[in-house]
Every structure is written in C-alpha cells, then in structure tokens.
Ligand binder design. Structure first.
Ligand SMILES: *[C@@H]1O[C@H](CO)[C@@H](O)[C@H](O)[C@H]1NC(C)=O
Ligand SMILES: *[C@@H]1O[C@H](CO)[C@@H](O)[C@H](O)[C@H]1NC(C)=O
Ligand SMILES: *[C@@H]1O[C@H](CO)[C@@H](O)[C@H](O)[C@H]1NC(C)=O
Ligand SMILES: *[C@@H]1O[C@H](CO)[C@@H](O)[C@H](O)[C@H]1NC(C)=O
Ligand SMILES: *[C@@H]1O[C@H](CO)[C@@H](O)[C@H](O)[C@H]1NC(C)=O
Ligand SMILES: *[C@@H]1O[C@H](CO)[C@@H](O)[C@H](O)[C@H]1NC(C)=O
Length: 397
C-alpha cells in the first residue's frame, strides 16, 4: 500500500501542524467563563459518551481500533472508530483546546485541559452481558461518573502534593467549575435493546429509566462543580447499516433516504424526552447552563441530501466487506479473513473517504463529522440557540 503510506506521511505532518496550532491557541490564564454577552473561555472539556465521541477509551482497554481507522487525519489508528476526527475533536479545536485524552489511556495522555470518559459501545444503563458477547461496553454512564469523581479527587491531590510534571499534565482545581461538560450517549441503549429482539414497545418503555439515570449523572457532575453542559441528542439510527442488518425485520418501512422508519421514530422519541429532560434540569439548576444539541437533524440532513452536499451513497460504508452496504456483521473495518491458510485483510477503506458519509457501517467519516459540527457550532440546532462559544449562557428562566 505505497500510496496509502505516502498519504499517511502527509496526513501526519498536517496533524502535527494542526495540533501545534491548537496548542498555540489554547487559553493561558484560566479566566472564569464569563456570564455577560461575550465568549465563555472554557479552559477544559470533560466528555461522557459512546463511540460517537470516544478518543481512545475502548482502545486502551480492549485492543486498539485497527488500521485503516485514523488514516485520513492521524495517519494511523488513534483510538477513534473513524478515518479521522470526531465531532468532539472539532469542538475542542474550535475552543482552542487540544484533542481530549481518554481517561483510561495511561500512555502519553495530557489532561491539563480535560479528559474523555467515553468508550465505544457505552450505554446509559448497565449492560448485563459482556463486551466479548454483545459488543457493548461495560463502561456505562454510571461507571464514567465514578471515573470522573476519581479523576477530580486524584488530580487535585496529585497536583497539590506531587507537583512537578503533574502540574503540566493535570487540570487546575478551578477548571472543574469552568469547563464545558459534553454528553453524547443513548444510541447503544436503543440498539442493545433492539439487538436482543425486544419489540419497539419494549424499547420505548426503557426511555423514562434512561432519562432518570441521565438526570442523576448530570446532577452528580453538578454536585462536583460542573456548571456548563452541552448535550447531544441521538442520531437517525435507522440510517446505520449495522442497525438495519441486526434487525432486517425493521428495515421496512423505509423512508426516501433508505432509512428504517421504525428505528428513527424511536430515536426521535428518545430525543423528545431528552429535550424535556434538559429543559427541566435548566429549571431546577438556574445557576447552570444547559444546551440541548440536535445532532439528529444535522445527520439526517446529511444523509437525505447527501448527493446535493457532495457525498455519494450515504448508506454505503467506506470501510467494510461486501453486501448492499459494504458492511458485514462478522468482518468489520480492518477485519481479516483466512484465505488458503493466511490471514488477509478484507475490511479495507474506500479510495476517497471524504466522499462518504458512513465510515464503517456504524460510525461517520471525518468529512461527515465535520459537516455535523458545522451545522451545530453556531447554535442553529440548539435549545436555546446559543453558539458553542457561548454555551455558558444557556441558563434557566
Ligand atoms: C440489567 O439488570 C438490571 C437488574 O435487573 C436492570 O435494572 C437493568 O435495566 C438491566 N440492564 C439492561 C440493559 O437490560
Ligand atoms: C472523593 O472525595 C470525596 C471528599 O473527600 C469523598 O467523599 C469521595 O468518596 C471521594 N471519591 C472517590 C471516588 O475517591
Ligand atoms: C499538556 O498540555 C498543556 C496544554 O493543554 C501544555 O501546556 C502542557 O505543556 C502539556 N504537558 C506536557 C507535559 O507536555
Ligand atoms: C428488553 O425488554 C425487557 C422488557 O420486556 C426489559 O426488561 C429489558 O431490559 C430489555 N432489554 C434491553 C437490553 O433493553
Ligand atoms: C433475534 O431473532 C433472530 C431472528 O429470529 C434470531 O436469529 C436471533 O438469534 C435473535 N437474537 C437474539 C439475541 O435472541
Ligand atoms: C487458494 O488456493 C487454490 C488452490 O491452490 C487456488 O485455486 C485459489 O485461487 C486460491 N485462492 C486465493 C483467494 O488465493
């Protein structure tokens, strides 16, 4: 793969340049997040979620996301199930914060300006099964909140008592109340329920429990100082090849974009309840700011208008192995198959990932993530409609 290696070198150089730029732009002095009319100056981001925002958590625990993941931007696997950057990476860049290190990654991490507790396959509820059996992560949202508490306690102790290099690797104590707390979770609660053949009524019936749990985790973060919350809703799951192949019975009725109407209705119900949940948190915590961000609409626009927006077949995975969606439930992106006694990589990348919406049948490409980020950054899809840079102002009435 000579051409891929050349592209890889160039991508790495570009990555280093961009990282240097991000570091140069990072705010030096802490400066409390202002509540006036100006920008907020968040000094850090703490993220909770699933693969939509995992920057290395699952890779640290269960083995690295294999190549060709990371090929477009990082030039090598970078703990993300994507060819490049995720929406959370674009959020960090735009706030002048370096890409978030995964809390679980003990090698080379720098938590000065935040930490990422998300792992691919995470759900709000605990899974009563193993990752090796079902593919869902044991790092559910409650576990992420315990990690966060441990992170606060330990980092404060180590920063003050050990000092030295740790002062260049850990956040200042005041960052915890000034940081932006981002959430993107719920997709795996819906899919894990559908994947054990639960009916739509059974899946819908768990939504109130999901909202209660999410509320209590946000209150837990609030009790430890968090004040600025940026909460993504869930995407149009019925447009994802893996969801369709796991439940072929739900593929019809299909909408004009080729998405499952049933799946998307459940995602929309989840989102309606989430929006109400965030509104009620805003009422009960008037000194905190909560922004509900409708990524569903951004993703659905991209999928339903893909051709017009310069992408090709939005349901065809770039990296995969055969079938209608170039997606195979048993051989994923980077997957290998034994041919005449030798293992051969068959889960290869397409030539031009930037023309694809779906990276691997489950996750979006960097180009798609950039599109989503561009749709949400100015606040057009948020409640209240504040831009990312002013998310410290989404306060209660
Ligand atoms: C796992 O089991 C517990 C206890 O029975 C239950 O509360 C929880 O909802 C279950 N989780 C899932 C994903 O089914
Ligand atoms: C963190 O510190 C608080 C206050 O000292 C304590 O109550 C809590 O148990 C600690 N949590 C962890 C996870 O160590
Ligand atoms: C960690 O990142 C911060 C910027 O977020 C930087 O100032 C610091 O020097 C970095 N630490 C190390 C050890 O490189
Ligand atoms: C499936 O539905 C049952 C209720 O019939 C519920 O108890 C269970 O938690 C659901 N499973 C998942 C994984 O959501
Ligand atoms: C769900 O139903 C399908 C089709 O009947 C079956 O093949 C599959 O094994 C079932 N999955 C589970 C987890 O029960
Ligand atoms: C596997 O070996 C057989 C017999 O030598 C050969 O005909 C076939 O083309 C080989 N398949 C591949 C994919 O190399």
């Amino acid at each position: 793969m000579a051409t891929a290696t050349a592209a890889t070198g160039a991508a790495r150089t570009a990555a280093l340049l961009l990282l240097a730029l991000a570091l140069a732009l990072a705010p030096r002095a802490s400066g409390a997040a202002g509540a006036g009319g100006g920008d907020c100056h968040f000094p850090a981001i703490f993220n909770f979620g699933d693969s939509n925002s995992d920057t290395g958590g699952l890779s640290s625990l269960f083995g690295a996301a294999p190549p060709p993941n990371g090929r477009t931007f990082f030039g090598m696997p970078a703990g993300r199930y994507c060819d490049g950057r995720l929406v959370i990476d674009f959020i960090a860049e735009s706030l002048g914060i370096p890409h978030l290190s995964a809390y679980l990654n003990s090698i080379g991490s720098n938590f000065t300006q935040g930490a990422n507790f998300a792992t691919a396959g995470s759900s709000i509820r605990r899974q009563n099964t193993s990752l090796l059996l079902s593919g869902f992560s044991p790092i559910s949202l409650d576990v992420q909140s315990w990690e966060f508490e441990q992170f606060i306690n330990r980092s404060e102790y180590v920063y003050n008592n050990e000092g030295g290099i740790y002062r260049e690797l850990l956040p200042r104590a005041e960052y915890f109340s000034q940081a932006l707390y981002t959430f993107d979770i719920g997709q795996n609660d819906i899919t894990s329920s559908y994947f054990v053949n639960n009916s739509t009524a059974e899946v819908e019936a768990i939504i109130p429990d999901l909202m209660e749990r999410l509320t209590s985790i946000i209150q837990f973060v609030y009790a430890r100082g968090g004040r600025y919350f940026w909460i993504h809703n869930t995407g149009p799951l019925g447009c994802l090849p893996y969801a369709l192949l796991h439940r072929p019975d739900l593929a019809a009725p299909m909408d004009g974009a080729g998405c499952s109407v049933t799946y998307n209705k459940v995602a929309q119900l989840f989102n309606l309840r989430l929006k109400e949940t965030v509104a009620s948190l805003r009422k009960t915590h008037p000194d905190a700011a909560f922004t509900y961000v409708d990524v569903y609409t951004a993703k659905y626009k991209l999928i339903s208008e893909a051709k017009k927006l310069g992408f090709n077949d939005p349901l065809l995975a770039c990296c995969g192995h055969g079938g209608r969606y170039n997606f195979d439930l048993s051989i994923g992106c980077g997957g290998k198959k034994q041919v005449n006694g030798t293992w051969v990589m068959v889960g290869n990348s397409c030539e031009v990932p930037s023309k694809r919406v779906s990276w691997d049948g489950v996750h979006f490409t960097e180009a798609a993530n950039k599109f989503v980020f561009d749709q949400i950054v100015a606040g057009a899809l948020s409640d209240p409609p504040v831009p990312l840079k002013r998310a410290c102002q989404s306060k209660g009435r």
